[in-house]
Design a protein around this ligand. Sequence first.
Ligand SMILES: C[S@@+](CC[C@H](N)C(=O)[O-])C[C@H]1O[C@@H](n2cnc3c(N)ncnc32)[C@H](O)[C@@H]1O
Length: 353
Amino acid sequence: MLNFAQTVNKQSLKMQARTDTIIVGNSLSVLQNLESESIDLVITSPPYFQQRNYGNGDLGIGNEDTEEAYLDNILAVFFECVRVVKSTGSIVFNLGDKYIEGALSLLPYKFAIKATENKSVFLINQITWSKLNPTPRQDRRKLIQATEPFFVFAKSKNYYFDLENYLKHLDDFNKASRGKPTEKLGKQYFDIIDKSDLSELQKENARKALQDAILLVQKGEIDSFRMKIKGVHKEAYGGMEGGRNNQIRNNGFTVIKILGNKLKKDIIESPVEITKDNAHPAVYPLYIIQELIKLLSKENDLVLDPFCGSGTTCLAAKNLKRRYLGIEINPEYVNLANERLKQSLTLTQELFL
Ligand SMILES: C[S@@+](CC[C@H](N)C(=O)[O-])C[C@H]1O[C@@H](n2cnc3c(N)ncnc32)[C@H](O)[C@@H]1O
């Protein structure tokens, strides 16, 4: 197989960037030939430091002699990613830590610090992947390492972020499992309003707001609500200035609507992929990548993975109707990725679309 970066000119690579393809080549040199600001989202997992031999010779990243040399190589690729990403885009790097002489190296964090030092990007989130099935190798003096960070960087405050579509299946599950509102819902507040010291107009407005909130629960638009009434309930935030307290002071009441959506935290749970039919030794979970793609891109956007391995990012992008571009130095993995891309979705994957 040819080294793509040495055999194609800039124009044809620009063409490639528009089509769904995996380029065989050294990511740094391929990236250097890509147009600036042409990619919507980068998601990748570079080789971890001295963890595996992917059989890629001198151009392969990961088996440098020193941490410094490794970080320099990863950062060179990272900053090319920064250049090719649009100002509305983001860059996700997943890196694992490693014990060196009994101590964690902190290499992922050293990378993140260096990546943000020149301020060309800022870190939106460090999402922790919590592994449901970590390697059960219990050291007597250490806990099992069951997490890995996904660093999410953006180029500008205008980055694309679709919170609603991230982990949407959990919201849908929450809504479906909500019980039916009872007859008594919110009724106690009518009494409290009547007996309160509010003016007649304030009481009338409070009853109306209460009735509206009950209706929203009945229609399933909110999970529940609470009401705070002047002179009856404590002020919010210990009485500090704030929107809610202003409402209580000015209107005599406030209604706190409880949406019931699961809070979207910077942690995601997923098993390590252990599919027998994937010969790549370090596949990351399709589920996590699909969720990140839903969060950080929209349909038809172009998603790049400069260390694409068995093509998980490309597959996730394809499943979600995004375009993809992969770069992988090892032609055997590219064949593997193309094979995966040809296969249709499995039932499990469909569950999360
Ligand atoms: C951690 S694996 C990525 C696995 C991928 N996320 C998946 O789910 O299959 C890193 C990949 O980077 C590739 N690689 C190493 N050095 C490279 C380089 N300089 N350019 C392009 N790919 C490289 C390795 O061959 C390996 O497949």
